[in-house]
Design a protein around this ligand. Structure first.
Ligand code: ZN
Length: 301
């Protein structure tokens, strides 16, 4: 077990914050382990290991944060973790715990009351609990009354099953929802015309990690939060050039990070990190060298 995992086992609820009329609850599917080198691309280990300590197999601890937004009559879920249908071999590697249902219960969220689910992209660690597999093998929507939203280009890319990333796209996470019409597929034109999912919650294209990755904006009462998905997966990835080995287009990532930071820093957005278990929310500022740094957002539990 990763040395940092023990202390976090029982801590499934990552925080609550209020943003104008929106109440945000940060839930979690637990933690998982990924290779530190893959998470930091060409950044030398001597640099990244000062920020996050790898275990003896060079893996680092990551979170799987799901943000639940209550606004008006809507209950909106952003991202659904890894889920529970991973093959045993992958569970051994990742040591993930499949705890989102427990976490939602701890946060007072009934799956039946969820009205909208948004997936920033369709990698296995972002949409795993979109559906659940029953004992008889049947696949059901985990959130039976929700409309799901994902980008059409992500589905099409996943269906290609390319050598580079086919392991990341598991069709059971989205195809059954598309077949029943429960998942709405967005595209760049539809987002340009109307980016809103519900009033105050909208999506925006932030390509690079994948060609069609979306960030999710939450705006209310003059406040602004943004779930930036895998464009900036943790608070250790704020430096624009510290992109991941997983990123399909690192140069685009760097440009998109700069574009994001140019708004998030001066406008004091609350940045919601998808894979940072310890700093799920932060505001950003520039240090004396002009580098972006995170100040963990004060969150109540
Ligand atoms: Zn991803």
């Amino acid at each position: 077990m990763h040395p940092a995992a023990r202390s976090t086992d029982a801590n499934l609820l990552r925080g609550r914050l209020t943003l104008g009329d929106c109440e945000l609850t940060i839930c979690s599917d637990g933690t998982y382990l990924l290779d530190g080198g893959a998470m930091f691309g060409v950044v030398p280990k001597t640099l990244w290991q000062k920020r996050t300590v790898p275990d003896e197999e060079n893996r680092i601890l990551l979170g799987l944060n799901t943000v639940v937004v209550r606004t008006g009559s809507a209950v909106v879920l952003i991202e659904t973790g890894i889920g529970n249908r991973q093959p045993e071999k992958m569970r051994q590697i990742h040591q993930n715990q499949a705890r989102l249902p427990e976490s939602l219960a701890a946060g007072g969220v009934d799956p039946a009351e969820v009205t909208h689910v948004i997936n920033t992209h369709l990698h296995f660690d972002h949409c795993g609990w979109n559906t659940s597999t029953a004992a008889d093998g049947a696949i059901h929507p985990t959130f039976p009354n929700a409309r799901y939203f994902a980008h059409r280009g992500e589905v099409e890319h996943g269906h290609l099953q390319l050598d580079r990333d086919k392991i990341s796209y598991l069709s059971a996470n989205y195809d059954p929802l598309i077949a029943t019409g429960q998942m709405t597929l967005l595209d760049n034109d539809s987002i340009r015309i109307d980016p809103a999912i519900v009033p105050g919650i909208s999506v925006e294209m932030f390509p690079g990690h994948t060609a069609q990755m979306m960030g999710v904006h939450i705006e209310s009462g003059g406040r602004h939060a943004c779930y930036i998905g895998d464009l900036i997966p943790t608070s250790h990835h704020l430096e624009p050039t510290w992109v991941m080995g997983y990123d399909l287009d690192p140069l685009t990532c760097i440009e998109q990070r700069k574009r994001f930071l140019a708004r998030a820093v001066p406008e004091q957005w609350v940045v919601l990190f998808t894979h940072d278990h310890h700093v799920p929310a932060a505001t950003l500022s520039a240090n004396d060298k002009g580098k972006p740094v995170a100040t963990p957002y004060q969150i109540n539990l």
